[in-house]
Design a protein around this ligand. Structure first.
Ligand code: SF4
Length: 85
């Protein structure tokens, strides 16, 4: 273990940040289970956006500007699936 001097002048152990790479958000399918035989493509909660590319978000899930909250049309529908009419 290496040591560092903190902002108060005390010597402390260097602590490493947790390893990165894990998914930050639990997906809807992990939270609510799945709806067999359906995909997000036909769900009324699917939101579509277009600029230089097209991307999709779930209206019931976290909607940030990050691609980490994008969903795919072919994703297996979650337990909150409702048929788009
Ligand atoms: S099936 Fe679930 S995850 Fe997919 S768009 Fe509908 S509510 Fe969102």
């Amino acid at each position: 273990m290496s040591k560092q001097i903190d902002i108060f002048g005390n010597e402390t152990e260097v602590t490493n940040p947790p390893p990165s790479g894990g998914r930050r958000y639990k997906r809807m399918q992990e939270l609510y289970g799945i709806t067999e035989g359906k995909t997000c493509k036909t769900c009324k909660h699917l939101c579509s956006y277009t600029q230089s590319r097209r991307w999709y978000k779930c209206g019931l899930w976290i909607r940030s500007a990050s691609q980490a909250t994008d969903i795919r049309l072919k994703d297996t529908a979650c337990g909150k699936y409702e048929e788009d009419t």
